[in-house]
Design a protein. Structure first.
Length: 374
């Protein structure tokens, strides 16, 4: 096809994970083969758990538990492991990933309440406070920090104040925000934080984790297990007490995550967030120059993802294929937004030059596709 061509060996991934990784992370996959029951792996696992806790803003009062699986695996582990039989969890939902939290607790039959808002609607913290005041059986509150379906950032810090004041535990899905947004488990009064290694931490898929208060981890012994592989307490005991994984882990992927977190800590979480914010601003300014509309108001947008209305006369599949041929991967919208929007992430090792070349490729693609439209 005509237009901008990229090096075929490098696709610029503008999907929200997996991401373009640093070469140091890629090289870390080439570490020697290692049995997960050897002391060298125990040292690696313990080191990564400590770094994860630091990345989440935790101190010695917090710890981390690693799972081999996507971010959804760690989410399911947390949600199924922390609510006692006499407790109840409140799910706050204003997008696709809020709905996913609801599906998890529903499938496992965990007592719950559902605080539902429209997609991309701001969470009303006064309503949250009234719900907690009314229902004393609610022991936990769970919400998504970055609602990746729309690119909206939810007010975790303020929600933490409300939940803490009502003496409940806050669980935060930070799968697509940790490392890219302002998040600190201690400051934001988050009891349980769930994330993954292959988004803003800039590692590879395959490792997810739960960062939680140590005191809370110790109390999970009294919660009857609802799953086997994803039982948070048994994994915690294996990793914290036995210093050994409960099951066979993704060894090479953990090497890569170890390196990825080192790179993030060297860069600094604030500087990484600022880098993402600048890239997002550059991308959004270019989109608006092209006459494209962004879904979420400016003051509610994340640093890392932009949901964009498709141009008139252009369908997603054709736009995807045009841009892939030019070296860029874009991402579809979900559920009722499918076919109406597309999503662009600027996580990972994306550069300002990548953004500029993408915008040129997008403009050329839209012109070509619009010309072919009936």
């Amino acid at each position: 096809m005509d237009g901008i061509k990229q090096d075929a060996a490098r696709l610029v991934l503008m999907n929200p994970g997996p991401v373009v990784v640093d070469e140091r992370v890629r090289q870390a996959l080439l570490q020697p083969d290692l049995c997960h029951r050897e002391p060298e792996f125990s040292q690696l696992m313990t080191r990564v758990r400590e770094k994860i806790t630091r990345a989440c803003g935790g101190d010695d009062l917090y710890t981390a538990v690693i799972f081999t699986g996507s971010g959804t695996a760690a989410l399911e582990a947390a949600l199924t492991s922390v609510v006692p039989p006499d407790g109840k969890i409140l799910i706050i939902d204003n997008g696709y990933y809020g709905e996913r939290l609801l599906k998890i607790v529903s499938i496992h039959g965990i007592p719950h309440e559902h605080l539902q808002f429209e997609w991309a609607e701001q969470i009303d913290l006064k309503v949250l406070d009234r719900v907690l005041a009314k229902d004393g059986a609610i022991s936990h509150v769970c919400m998504v920090h970055h609602e990746t379906s729309t690119g909206m950032l939810n007010p975790v810090h303020d929600a933490g104040k409300v939940v803490s004041a009502r003496m409940r535990s806050l669980i935060v899905d930070a799968v697509s925000s940790l490392g890219g947004e302002d998040l600190n488990v201690k400051r934001d009064q988050i009891d349980i934080c769930i994330a993954t290694g292959n988004k803003c931490l800039e590692g590879f898929p395959g490792i997810s984790f739960v960062c939680l208060r140590r005191a809370l981890a110790e109390t999970l012994k009294s919660v009857p297990p609802r799953t086997f592989y994803l039982d948070l307490y048994s994994q915690y005991v294996a990793e914290e007490i036995d210093r050994s994984p409960a099951f066979t882990p993704a060894v090479q992927t953990l090497y890569a995550l170890d390196e990825a977190i080192d790179i993030m800590l060297e860069e600094g979480i604030e500087r990484r967030s600022a880098r993402y914010r600048l890239l997002a601003g550059r991308l959004r300014a270019g989109l608006m120059d092209l006459g494209l509309r962004i879904m979420v108001p400016e003051n509610q947008r994340s640093n890392t993802l932009t949901a964009v209305h498709l141009p008139d006369g252009v369908n997603y599949e054709n736009l995807h294929d045009e841009l892939k041929a030019a070296g860029f991967i874009i991402y579809p919208a979900q559920a009722t937004l499918k076919g109406k929007l597309f999503r662009l992430a600027n996580m990972g090792r994306i550069t300002e030059q990548d953004i500029d070349e993408f915008l040129r490729a997008l403009q050329e693609s839209v012109i070509r596709l619009a010309a072919k439209a009936p």
